[in-house]
Each structure stands twice: as structure tokens, then as C-alpha cells.
Design a protein around this ligand. Structure first.
Ligand code: DGT
Ligand code: CA
Ligand code: CA
Ligand code: ZN
Length: 576
């Protein structure tokens, strides 16, 4: 939010032809915030002076940040953005169109949005501008087209959408908290799907106009699709669509249930209601025989009224959760983030991470973990500064020294070892035996045939020193499909050999997903949840990994790193 706001201020100043150092100051502040790796709020701590320890942030900007964090608004932004047509910011999203061009389009041709620009380019009217020709018109039209394709096809990573929704909610609370009775994300975000189409936010309030006005004037708003008295839909400057609905508190339970979805879960729930003579909508229940309305201010009451247990949102995908809810006490007690005692995949500056083992360990300890496995890459992954046996020995010295520092925290010697294309491993068994824990994975030759890649992975997990098979499918959301690996077969061998399979919480992986988690458990393979962090902020991956486990119906007892190291160690195949 802050970062986007500062980029936007810089762009407005740039378009208005302000002096350059002012523009640069805002861009620099935006960059600094983007690369901070921690929450600005924590540094701020109520005092603007604290912000000045962030490189790139001076007195003036620290005071602006202070104002935003306190009030959710910025008077200066309101002032300079007055009279700037919102469509202007869409123009800036077109490749090769910068603030200077936008200023000229606006001033000289009165072009203030993409539709007008497209029309002018098609009509050959941009040639009227000095330095513009037929070529530049073609380029702009191609840019608009590319932009359009990108927008219509992209779902956003949960790891991006989740903090973004929290920002919006915090901003609304800051600017109209006294008018908000309740506020929550619904839709796929509340169900914690790995990718999110659009954000759905619900607010219970008696002052809908106030909420809607505050919402459409948030600094992140790029354009307003629709605005009514109780709902609005906007496109944010990160490209996400955000739908907001305001309703009365007595409708909260039914609305939250309805807009959380999934659509399939809702259909099944409505059928259960109908069988009991009740029709269920986003407003509440209605008795079919006499149209009597029954309100459910709390979501639990929607399920209670139907004789059901409350269903955690992550399970609402119509995969049998309502059957569990109907049979008393069958609903799993889903694992929670606090259940995890360890993170068994993370990277330090010994390979492709950017922080020391000590920094990573302290961050993990601050998050309440009791132990971590440092899993830098092995030599086979040259691009990630993979470790040779010689560098490993040096790393182990560092770990040994570090372990003297705490009596409540342990750093395990581990490795993310590349499974070579033929299934052989990067290190010999006598070296593997010296690790506390060995994690294997594939990063290369992921296009191998099903037969080949399955044989390759199975050969690796049959090794008596291999403990964990990480990010099993190799997918990168939006970038790389899953490999052809036969997961059923891998789960079977994993069970047989006592190898754990991983849920990797890195937002672009989230692999295993809910469907695979269910299969792994059904087959009997043991599961661990890791963050794959490359920085302290990366430990957020544990939260997303836990979300996948919850979507897969796992309880704490189903996840091996809910055990203390003393217990987990006994479960390793080499110790059994
Ligand atoms: P997304 O945005 O594609 O990631 O997925 P959702 O699940 O957030 O879907 P969205 O935003 O279209 O709708 C939000 C919720 O509203 C959805 O999960 C369930 C509810 N909903 C939307 N349309 C319908 C419908 O036609 N019937 C029912 N029963 N529920 C609906
Ligand atoms: Ca949605
Ligand atoms: Ca929606
Ligand atoms: Zn990896």
C-alpha cells in the first residue's frame, strides 16, 4: 500500500513536471519499502523518527508515512491528485509509456484513458505530437493489446493477495473503524486457494456510504468498475479486482457464508436447507411454508441451524466436508501454524539465500520455532551457488558454533540435494550419513517422461539417508507446469521406505496442493510442511504451507514437523 502510494505520488509529480529530486525521493522511498523485508509498522512503532533509520527515507517522507499509519490517509496525496483523471494511471501501465508521454498525451491531445489512447492511435492522431510517428502508434497499440491479454488471464498468488487484502482491511479500519462492525475477506482468499481470481471483502456497517466512499478513494485504486450505495468493485494498481460489499450486522453470518463459497459447497448446503424446509440465501434463512425470515448474525449459526458442525473455510470445496459436518465430531481439528515446531527447508547465504544462518535462525526462533534444518543447495545446482563437500565442512563449523548460543533452539545440518537426471545423488552415502537430515528435490530435467522421472525420484528416495522429498511436482504457479511424475507411485514408495513428502509453502510453489495432500495421506506417506525461506520474511511460507495442509484436511498429528527434534529423529529411517 505505502509502496504503491509513493510510486503513484512520484508519477503524479512527474506528470505535473515537478522538480526531479522530489520525484526521485518518492521513488527511492517506494524502493526502500519494497525491499525492506519487514513490516514498516514494526519499525515505526508510533514514532516517525524511527522510520529515518531506513535508508532512503528522510524527514519529510517519514512524516508522511507516520500520517498514513496513524490515519489511513495522506492529505498531501489528496491535494496533488485532485483533478488527475484516474484513467491516467492505466496509461502508465502500457509498456514504453512513461510519465512524460502521459503528460503530453493529456495536455496536448486531451487523452486521459486507455480507450481514448487506443482510438487516437487507430485514427493516426498521435502523429500530431512532436517525435511521434506511425511506428510509435503501432507500438502503443501492441502494448495495449499485451496489457489486455495479461489482465484477462492472470490469477494472483495467495502470497500476494493475502497481505494485500490485509492492507486494504487495515486501511479501511484506520479511516472508518468507528463505522465498522465487522470486516473480513471472503471468496477464494478465505478458502486459501493457491491463486486468487479477485478479492471479495465484506463489511458489516450501518454507514455503507461512508465505507464505499473510503474504499473507492483508497490510494491503491486505479479505476472504479462499479459503485453503488452498498457495493463497489475496483481495479487496484497491482491489477487485482477487489469487490466490496457492505451489509447490516444481522445478515453477516449468511453473507459471509455465501460469499466465501465455494459455489459447489453453497449449492450442497442450500440443498440440505431445502430438505429441512428452509431456503438459504446471502441474506439469511426463509421458512418455505410461511416465508418467515430467520437471521444469522454469526456464520456458525448458519451451520448450527441445519444441525451441522461449522466447516472451516479451507474445506469448503465440496469434497465431502458436509458429510463430515453431518456426523457429529467427524470434522477434523485442522492443523494450525502454532503446531509447527520446526522448518525443515530454508536457505542461507551459503547458497542462494541472502541472510546468514544466524539471522535465519534468530528469525525462526522469534516466530516460535524450536529447530530448523539449514538446507542450502548441493553442488549440482551451480546457479544457486551449490555447496561442495569442502564448503559444507566450513558450514558445519559455523553451525556447531551457533548451536552453543541457545539452549532452547537447534540448527540441524541439512542439504537440499539435487537428484540428478539419472536418479543418482550429488553426494556419496558416507557424506550423507553425517547430516542430521537430508532433503532431496529436482530442479532440472523436469520435462522427462513419466517413466523416467518417476524411476529417478524413486531411486533417490530409496536411499537410506534421504529423509524428505521436497516440492514434489516442481510446479511454479503461473510459470512452470507440474512434471509428469507418478505421485501415487512415489507416495507408495515413500510410505514403504519412511521418506517424508513435503508441502512447500513458498507462494509460487504450494506443492503438494490439497488434492495431493489427501492422496499422500490416503496412501500412508508422512508429510512435512516447510517454508523454503530465502530470507526472514520468507518464513511466511509456513503460514501458506499450513493453509495447504488444512485444505487437505490434515491435523497436527499428520504432520511430522509438529514433533520436537528428539521425537522426529527417532522416526527417521536411518534410526529405525
Ligand atoms: P476466484 O475469485 O475466481 O478466485 O474464486 P471465488 O470463489 O472467490 O469466486 P467469486 O469471486 O466469483 O465469488 C465469490 C463467492 O461468491 C464464491 O466463492 C461463492 C459466491 N458465489 C458467486 N457466484 C455464485 C453463484 O452463482 N452461486 C452461488 N451459490 N454462490 C456464488
Ligand atoms: Ca473472488
Ligand atoms: Ca468476486
Ligand atoms: Zn528447492
Amino acid at each position: 500500500m505505502l509502496r504503491n502510494l509513493f510510486y503513484r505520488i512520484a508519477n503524479i509529480l512527474d506528470i505535473q513536471g515537478e522538480i526531479i529530486f522530489k520525484i526521485v525521493a518518492y521513488r527511492r522511498a517506494a524502493d526502500a519499502i519494497e525491499h525492506l523485508g519487514r513490516d514498516v509498522r514494526a519499525i515505526w512503532n508510533g514514532d516517525p523518527k524511527n522510520l529515518r533509520e531506513i535508508p532512503g527515507i528522510g524527514k519529510e517522507i517519514s512524516e508522511k508515512i507516520d500520517e498514513i499509519l496513524r490515519t489511513g490517509e495522506l492529505a498531501y496525496y489528496k491535494k496533488i491528485s485532485k483533478g488527475v483523471p484516474p484513467g491516467i494511471f492505466d496509461l502508465l501501465q502500457i509498456p514504453d509509456v512513461g510519465p512524460k508521454t502521459v503528460a503530453r498525451l493529456w495536455n496536448e491531445l486531451k487523452i486521459t484513458n486507455v480507450a481514448k489512447l487506443e482510438k487516437a492511435a487507430r485514427a493516426g492522431k498521435l502523429r500530431g505530437l512532436k517525435g511521434f510517428g506511425a511506428k510509435s502508434e503501432e507500438k502503443i497499440l501492441a502494448g495495449i493489446e499485451a496489457q489486455r491479454r495479461k489482465k484477462s488471464s492472470t490469477r494472483v498468488l495467495l502470497g500476494v493477495a493475502h497481505p494485500f487484502a490485509q492492507e486494504i482491511i487495515a486501511a479501511l479500519r484506520a479511516s472508518c473503524g468507528d463505522a465498522i462492525h465487522d470486516i473480513a475477506p471472503a471468496g477464494s482468499l478465505r478458502r486459501m486457494k493457491p491463486t486468487i481470481g479477485d478479492l471479495d471483502i465484506l463489511v458489516a456497517s450501518d454507514a455503507p456510504e461512508k465505507i464505499i466512499t473510503a474504499f473507492v478513494s483508497l490510494p491503491i485504486v486505479q479505476s472504479v468498475n462499479a459503485q453503488g450505495t452498498t457495493k463497489a468493485s475496483i481495479i487496484a494498481d497491482n491489477g487485482m479486482q477487489v469487490d466490496l460489499r457492505v451489509l447490516e450486522a444481522k445478515h453477516w453470518g449468511a453473507a459471509l457464508q455465501y460469499f466465501t463459497g465455494s459455489k459447489e459447497h453453497n449449492i450442497a448446503l442450500r440443498n440440505i436447507a431445502l430438505a429441512q424446509g428452509l431456503s438459504l440465501s446471502e441474506w439469511g434463512f426463509k421458512r418455505v411454508k410461511d416465508d418467515k425470515e430467520i437471521f444469522t448474525p454469526r456464520e456458525e449459526e448458519v451451520y448450527e441451524k441445519l444441525g451441522l458442525q461449522w466447516v472451516p473455510p479451507e474445506l469448503r470445496e465440496a469434497t465431502g466436508e458436509l458429510e463430515l459436518a453431518q456426523n457429529n465430531r467427524q470434522m477434523p481439528r485442522l492443523i494450525e501454524l502454532q503446531d509447527l515446531k520446526a522448518d525443515l527447508q530454508l536457505h542461507s547465504n551459503w547458497s542462494d539465500g541472502s541472510f546468514t544462518i544466524e539471522q535465519m535462525a534468530e528469525a525462526a526462533r522469534a516466530r516460535g520455532l524450536h529447530y530448523i534444518a539449514v538446507t542450502d543447495h548441493s553442488q549440482g545446482l551451480g546457479i544457486a551457488r551449490g555447496l561442495t563437500p569442502e564448503r559444507l565442512k566450513q558450514q558445519w563449523k559455523e553451525i556447531d558454533a551457533l548451536n552453543k548460543k541457545w539452549n532452547d533452539f537447534v540448527v540441524l545440518k541439512s542439504i537440499e540435494m539435487e537428484i540428478r537426471a539419472d536418479g543418482s545423488l550429488d553426494f556419496p552415502d558416507d557424506l550423507l550419513a553425517q547430516f542430521d537430515l537430508v532433503l532431496v528435490s529436482t530442479h532440472s530435467a523436469l520435462k522427462q517422461s513419466r517413466e523416467k522421472i518417476t524411476a529417478r525420484v524413486i531411486r533417490a528416495i530409496q536411499n537410506p539417508y534421504v529423509d524428505i522429498f521436497a516440492h514434489p511436482t516442481g510446479r511454479l504457479l503461473g510459470q512452470r507446469d507440474e512434471s509428469a511424475l507418478d505421485l501415487e507411485e512415489v507416495f507408495r514408495v515413500a510410505k514403504e521406505t519412511g521418506t517424508f513428502v513435503e508441502i512447500d509453502g513458498a507462494p509460487e510453489r504450494l506443492d503438494l496442493d490439497d488434492v495431493r495432500v489427501r492422496r499422500a495421506r490416503a496412501v500412508g506417506a508422512q508429510i512435512v510442511i516447510d517454508s523454503d525461506a530465502h530470507s526472514p520474511a520468507g518464513f511466511d511460507g509456513l503460514f501458506y504451507g499450513v493453509a495447504m495442509a488444512r485444505r487437505g484436511g490434515l491435523e497436527a498429528k499428520d504432520v511430522m514437523n509438529t514433533l520436537e527434534w528428539k521425537e522426529l529423529r527417532k522416526r527417521l529411517k536411518r534410526n529405525r
